[in-house]
Design a protein around this ligand. Structure first.
Ligand SMILES: [Zn+2]
Length: 181
């Protein structure tokens, strides 16, 4: 934490100040609080590196307004099923970097949010795991299928359906079939 002025010879500890600030997120004005240190001698402003982050708070408010998934919700959900970043990004057909950025707090696009909400429904996750058998190890796949499935017969029918589909259409895309994107 920066406590002294690096701009002049003022040697006392700088005081932390808080001021309301308007941050524009996707052309919407969002009011939040900015924290900074201000030197009483030279007037230089220093942003605080610890604690409150105005942009992060603005994103949080924006997500609340638009009912978007929160970064920690994505991570908790992924970890709940024991999926790694690599595995989940393959299931989503995303770059691992994209998924990682969203978990770290980047603001998602509406289309990304829709796709996340879709896969976060247990039945849909099950669907994707069955339809992309190459994504997970056999052990993990079996374990998740039994964790997610309530109906054995439906699961077996789905597995047969996808293996037939794969044999007949090599460039088959689940997302097109499910009507997403
Ligand atoms: Zn100063």
């Amino acid at each position: 934490m920066l406590e002294y002025c690096l701009n002049c010879d003022y040697e006392k500890t700088l005081e932390l100040k808080k001021e309301p600030v308007i941050i524009t997120v996707r052309s919407e004005a969002i009011e939040t609080i900015e924290e900074f240190y201000k030197c009483p001698v030279c007037g230089e402003k220093f942003t605080s590196s610890l604690g409150h982050d105005a942009l992060e708070d603005a994103y949080r408010q924006y997500r609340r307004r638009h009912n978007l998934v929160l970064p920690e919700e994505i991570r908790h959900w992924r970890e709940h099923y024991g999926l790694t970043l690599t595995e989940l990004s393959h299931l989503l057909e995303w770059d691992e970097a994209t998924l990682n950025r969203l978990e770290q707090g980047a603001l998602q696009e509406t289309s990304e949010d829709k796709w996340l909400k879709f896969i976060m429904v247990p039945q849909n996750l099950l669907y994707l795991i069955i339809s992309k058998p190459e994504t997970l190890s056999t052990k993990k796949r079996k374990q998740l299928i039994s964790q997610l499935s309530t109906n054995r017969i439906v699961v077996e029918a789905l597995q047969r359906f996808y293996s037939i589909l794969r044999e007949n259409f090599s460039d088959f895309g689940e997302r097109q079939m499910l009507g997403i994107k």
